[in-house]
Design a protein around this ligand. Structure first.
Ligand code: FES
Ligand SMILES: [Fe+2]
Length: 331
């Protein structure tokens, strides 16, 4: 897991008033909300004797909100600093070292991000989302657990050549086995554009050689559809202005990923039809994701990357770009 990045790790609805625990980034983490509703995240290990804070309590009072350990009652504020050790008595000073490792959080568009970095380092700026998703689209999410490193799941979404094989009865119908391009475009560093845009040019094999990346246009002139990737773990299939499929690849640990698959739509507005559209959209997305998962879970090694000894071909260009991004980010 590459450090110094904002990772989507949860949806907003997963953190309520009580502390909740999740395995993320290979760490046991506890999440809670302070009196203002802001999400707080700590590594879930009490500084006293290592108990989980999840069965503890959130206390609100004059000194602000605190998370209380269920074992011996130590209270921690939202910065992770202990404010009370009951066994030492109310009058005692709390030693500086009594702290929980605490990670900066950000919440937007129904997602929760954590800043995954060395403890104490502050994020340079809030994370970016896909600004081209209109606020008015309705969305719903399904979660799908994968047995692989999240980089494998991301590479799969940037893989053009698997479509006619893995998805021969769904999105890969038609036997378009030759990969022209794909068309690649890059967002300006730090801008609101996605980091990588991919345009699919798969076609039937008529005996002519595939076109190289620089021989296809980007954006693709005859279709608005594109794949967008935002480092480190967000991906979007932009189908049209009112239809999107979004995936967040949330690392549980080095060998497990939880995919948050979101279906966005703006064409059904009547509530009952909207529910039907979401049920159908989610079912289709999950069906396609399961087709991928069945194969991607078999890949070795579990984690993808430069120097893994794999032999890529030109149609894998988007995967190569993703691997370069990982290297640039220190992965
Ligand atoms: S282990 Fe948390 S207060 Fe003792
Ligand atoms: Fe796929």
């Amino acid at each position: 897991m590459i450090r110094n990045q904002w990772y989507v790790v949860l949806e907003s609805s997963e953190v309520g008033k009580s502390p909740v625990g999740f395995m993320r980034m290979g760490e046991r983490m506890v999440f809670w909300r302070d009196e203002s509703g802001r999400v707080v995240c700590h590594i879930d290990k009490c500084a006293h004797r290592g108990a989980s804070l999840v069965p503890g309590a959130v206390l609100h009072g004059s000194g602000g909100s605190r998370l209380q350990c269920p074992f011996h009652g130590i209270e921690y504020d939202s910065s992770g600093r202990a404010t009370a050790i009951p066994a030492n008595g109310r009058a005692a000073l709390v030693p500086e070292g009594f702290r929980l490792s605490t990670l900066p959080t950000h919440e937007a568009r129904g997602f929760i991000w954590i800043w995954w970095a060395a403890v104490g380092s502050a994020p340079p700026a809030p994370p970016k989302f896909f600004d081209d998703i209109p606020e008015g689209l309705s969305w719903s999410t399904r979660r799908d657990p994968w047995d692989n490193h999240y980089s494998r799941a991301i590479e799969n979404q940037l893989d053009m050549a698997h479509l006619p094989f893995v998805h021969r009865d769904s999105i890969g119908r038609g036997g378009r086995t030759v990969v022209d391009g794909p068309g690649l475009a890059f967002g300006a560093l730090g801008s609101s554009e996605p980091d990588l845009l991919v345009y699919v040019y798969n076609r039937l094999d008529d005996g002519s050689p595939p076109k190289a990346v620089d021989q296809v246009s980007r954006p693709r002139p005859d279709s608005g559809q594109k794949l967008e990737f935002r480092f480190p773990n967000l991906w979007q299939n932009y189908i049209n202005e009112r239809l999107r499929i979004l995936a967040a690849f949330v690392p549980i640990d080095e060998e497990r990923t939880l995919m948050y698959l979101r279906f966005y739509q703006g064409f059904m507005r009547v509530p009952v039809l909207r529910s039907l559209a979401h049920a159908a959209g989610n079912a289709m997305n999950l069906y396609i994701a399961r087709q991928d998962r069945r194969i991607v879970n078999t890949q070795l090694p579990k984690a993808a990357g430069q120097g893994s000894g794999e032999l890529l071909f030109p149609g894998d260009a988007a995967i190569m770009e993703y691997r370069k991004m990982r290297v640039r980010a220190g992965g």
